[in-house]
Write a protein that binds this ligand. Structure first.
Ligand code: SF4
Ligand code: SF4
Length: 327
């Protein structure tokens, strides 16, 4: 019987499936009450461009260039093979030589590694992590029809993240999103060409962090992010939901990172005090974008995003400060 993490940090009476329109990026678009309503990260760029080292036009252009595959290859995240007319040749749907879940799991993980993930895990889909609606308000209940999730870690270069909050750290993050589009599309086609369904997702569709925790890929840190023993929080998470039967991984030994009780380096690194400094995790929320009913160190995503607006770019200073971030 699989251990029930991270369910142990969920208050069943208070937790509801999350609506993606309620996170900061959803509220930029939908919530007139949000202080950053309809304000994009680059809206105040004129105030920060070339103000000091790390904020040059060249650096910003490199960061924007880093997004290009993610931005333009949107079919990577579609639940079907891209339009066949665009393909040079039709590719066969194969029948796997074995349908043994252990073999399918081993071969699927081998594929993920071949495409460039740093770690991969498998879990059954816990319906509670599936968003109720996407950012446009479309229902996502169809994702509940998938039984398994292949959860993958896309690495980000730690040495560049350490340059946060300058634009080069934003480039490292952007490049990892573009790598995600490559990896997720390869993985989905691998699964589909073995005759199974595959619904690829980045940050969309379902909450990535609890899925990754269920798949044994790390713990939740004070910084509100997944912390893995190998990469700290220098990572992005993507996942493919599938009907292919696999063998689940066990979650790590506890859902919250124990060191965070005393460490607090991420809180000190945050210029806008967005990260809790309390020793113990709590169920109280820090802003309207926190989902309710989770016992953790809450992060004020409103403050965080307002810093991004001032910075003219995203920030990773809490990741850079973490002792789990590799050299
Ligand atoms: S990303 Fe930057 S602003 Fe946001 S919580 Fe981390 S350190 Fe603070
Ligand atoms: S910096 Fe310290 S407190 Fe913050 S996530 Fe890392 S280990 Fe936890």
């Amino acid at each position: 019987m699989k251990k029930q993490f991270p369910k142990s940090i969920v208050d069943e009476d208070k937790y509801n499936r999350f609506d993606r329109r309620d996170n900061v990026f959803g509220r930029i678009k939908n919530d007139e009450e949000a202080p950053f309503y309809q304000q994009g990260t680059y809206d105040r760029i004129d105030k920060v461009l070339n103000k000091e080292d790390g904020y040059s036009s060249f650096e910003l252009a490199r960061a924007i260039g880093g997004w290009s595959v993610y931005d333009y290859f949107t079919e990577a995240f579609e639940p079907k093979t891209p339009d066949k007319d665009k393909n040079i040749m039709d590719k066969p749907i194969l029948s796997p030589p074995s349908k043994d879940p252990e073999v399918l799991t081993k071969e699927t993980k081998k594929a993920a590694k071949a495409y460039g993930v740093s770690s991969v895990g498998v879990t059954k889909v816990d319906p509670r992590w599936v968003y109720t609606k996407d950012r446009e308000g479309n229902p996502l209940d169809h994702l509940l029809n998938y039984d398994y999730a292949v959860v993958m870690i896309v690495p980000i270069k730690p040495e560049t993240i350490r340059e946060s909050p300058g634009f080069s750290a934003a480039r490292a993050s952007a490049v990892s999103y573009s790598k995600m589009a490559f990896i997720i599309s390869c993985m989905s086609e691998f699964i589909r060409h073995l005759g199974y369904k595959a619904a690829p997702m980045g940050n969309d569709g379902a909450l990535s962090i609890p899925l990754a925790m269920d798949a044994g890929l790390g713990r939740l840190g004070r910084n509100g992010l997944l912390v893995s023993s190998k990469l700290g929080s220098c990572l992005k998470i993507c996942k493919v939901f599938t009907d292919m039967e696999m063998v689940e991984d066990e979650p790590v030994d506890s859902p919250l990172l124990d060191q965070c009780h005393s460490c607090k380096l991420c809180s000190s690194a945050c210029e806008v005090d967005a990260i809790s400094t309390r020793t113990e995790p709590e169920i109280e929320t820090a802003c309207p974008s926190n989902n309710r009913g989770i016992i953790r160190w809450p992060v004020d995503h409103y403050r965080c995003y307002q810093f991004w607006l001032e910075n003219g770019s995203d920030c990773s200073s809490c990741i850079a400060a973490c002792p789990f971030t590799p050299d």
